[in-house]
Design a protein around this ligand. Structure first.
Ligand SMILES: [Zn+2]
Ligand SMILES: [Zn+2]
Length: 503
């Protein structure tokens, strides 16, 4: 009798655990089936001894001897003498059979104990492998500062493990990590092997957010994310600036070791649409929708890389405290880019006369001045993050091309913070310097940096605020941001922070 063979061919063996409703993977052999098989083997072995003893030796052989019959078959020529002898050896045979069975059972138990011990060793080794692999992965994520967060509006939630899709049958695996389904790989219901660690290439599988089930970029599980919201009123030039920043990063990548790529096909498409719009119309349409989807770029410098999430929320979302609080991505922000349209500042506008006022009007000033935006943002940001004290803020004065033409305003020079103070925004500069861990200032013409005939130098300048925030996350691109003279000279509160990843 083969104790491990299927009981009935073609039917599900009741000893093989069915795949549960949770994870669509087969349990690892060592986690379940090994014990089921060991139990089956032990039961079958002891069953054999017991059946031999009771059914064959006691009920058949000994019972016949007690009746004075030959043990196996009746032989001819029996007489009373033979029957007496047979009856006389019957008790001894019964006792001998019992003793033999007892001894066999004892030897079998020792063998089974050794089997159990070996199974235990296998289980312990597998569990140790699981713990070591999980620990190594956790440590690696910690060292590299990887904290996965959803880039999609309405979600923006952090998660410890993304949902991975089987490349063969597209079934979602919510627990693809070393565990009871396997230490090194899981076996999908379809039979496909799926590796369980990012070291082995788990990141190459398609991933989704476990909360909202939307597709995540490939780099999300292996790259540190840097969240940078662009904050400013409607028509302050946020979207244009973001387009200029992306162009600028690409311009930097052509002339330095920096490399930039779109994190997903959707990002490539969005960038293409925006680029086309800027080429044809000359400006970006107003940001639509309630909450923004993060625009994602993978920025690499040397051996390090960052997954940059740029958020371009519509200006209205900063109208009041309630709507600011709904911008949950602000809670993860690694730095804020304050888009300042100084022409929207009421007292700056009041100081403009004649042609200057017309020029300012033609530049379609934002509905909200930078001081207003800052005030809305700052209180809520403290409540959302609780760590605003360490966060850098890059203030980018937009529409520089218009500002340069306005004669009644001083020309923005090397020190934009000083220039802001000169035009009456000193309180804003002091507030930013006081409330954030670091503050730097730039003045950019997104108009000159985008669309037909875009200036390469202006694009690179537009990318500097992003590079500065990335540098503070440990990517060694700080030298690039400081390379171009002029706007972008460190402000008084700009202090170096140690690289949190320690590399
Ligand atoms: Zn599958
Ligand atoms: Zn999500």
């Amino acid at each position: 009798m083969n104790a491990l063979a299927p009981r009935q061919s073609g039917a599900q063996d009741p000893r093989i655990p069915r795949i549960g409703p949770g994870e669509p993977s087969h349990h690892a052999y060592w986690s379940r089936q090994m014990w089921v098989d060991a139990r089956s083997a032990a039961r079958a072995a002891l069953d054999v001894v017991w059946t031999r003893l009771t059914a064959e030796w006691l009920r058949k052989t000994a019972a016949r001897l007690f009746q004075g019959r030959w043990p196996v078959v009746d032989l001819p020529g029996e007489n009373w003498f033979i029957r007496t002898v047979l009856r006389a050896v019957a008790p001894g045979t019964a006792v001998g059979a019992a003793l033999g069975a007892g001894l066999t059972a004892l030897l079998m138990s020792v063998a089974l104990a050794v089997l159990a011990l070996l199974c235990g060793v296998v289980w312990l080794l597998a569990m140790a492998a699981v713990l070591v692999l999980r620990g190594a992965e956790r440590l690696w994520a910690l060292v590299r500062g990887i904290r996965m967060k959803c880039p999609y509006p309405g979600c923006y939630r952090p998660f410890p493990l993304a949902v991975h899709r089987c490349p063969n049958c597209d079934v979602p695996h919510g627990a693809l990590r070393p565990g009871r389904y396997g230490a090194l790989w899981h076996v999908c219901v379809c039979g496909q092997r799926l590796v369980t660690t990012s070291f082995a290439g788990r990141g190459r599988l398609a991933t989704r957010c476990p909360h909202c089930d939307q597709r995540l970029p490939e780099a999300v599980g292996s790259t540190r994310v840097v969240h940078v919201p662009l904050v400013g009123g409607t028509s302050s030039g946020k979207t244009m600036l973001m387009a200029a920043m992306v162009e600028g990063l690409q311009s930097w990548s052509r002339r330095s070791p920096l490399s930039v790529e779109y994190a997903s096909a959707a990002d490539r498409q969005d960038a293409g649409t925006l680029h086309q719009q800027l080429q044809q119309v000359g400006w970006a349409h107003k940001t639509q929708g309630g909450q923004p989807r993060a625009f994602m770029l993978v920025v690499r410098h040397g051996r390090r890389r960052r997954l940059l999430y740029l958020y371009d929320p519509m200006g209205e979302s900063l109208r009041d405290a309630g709507s600011v609080r709904e911008q949950h991505y602000l809670a993860h922000a690694d730095g804020v880019i304050l888009v300042a349209d100084v022409l929207a500042e009421p007292h700056v506008r009041r100081g403009l006369r004649g042609a200057d006022a017309e020029r300012a009007d033609a530049a379609r000033p934002a509905d909200q001045g930078p001081t207003d935006t800052y005030q809305r943002l700052t209180g809520e940001l403290a409540a959302l993050t609780g760590r605003r004290g360490r966060m850098p803020v890059a203030t980018v004065v937009t529409k520089r091309d218009v500002l340069d033409q306005i004669a009644s305003l001083p020309v923005p020079g090397a020190r934009i913070d000083g220039w802001l103070s000169d035009i009456g925004l000193g309180a804003l500069v002091r507030g930013l310097g006081h409330d954030f861990g670091a503050a730097r200032y730039w003045a950019v013409s997104a108009h000159a940096a985008t669309g037909a005939g875009a200036l390469d130098s202006e694009q690179r300048r537009a990318a500097e605020p992003v590079l500065w925030v990335l540098a503070r996350s440990g990517l060694r691109v700080g030298a690039l941001a400081a390379e171009t003279p002029g706007p972008g000279v460190p402000g008084p509160r700009d202090k170096a922070v140690p690289d949190p990843s320690g590399r």
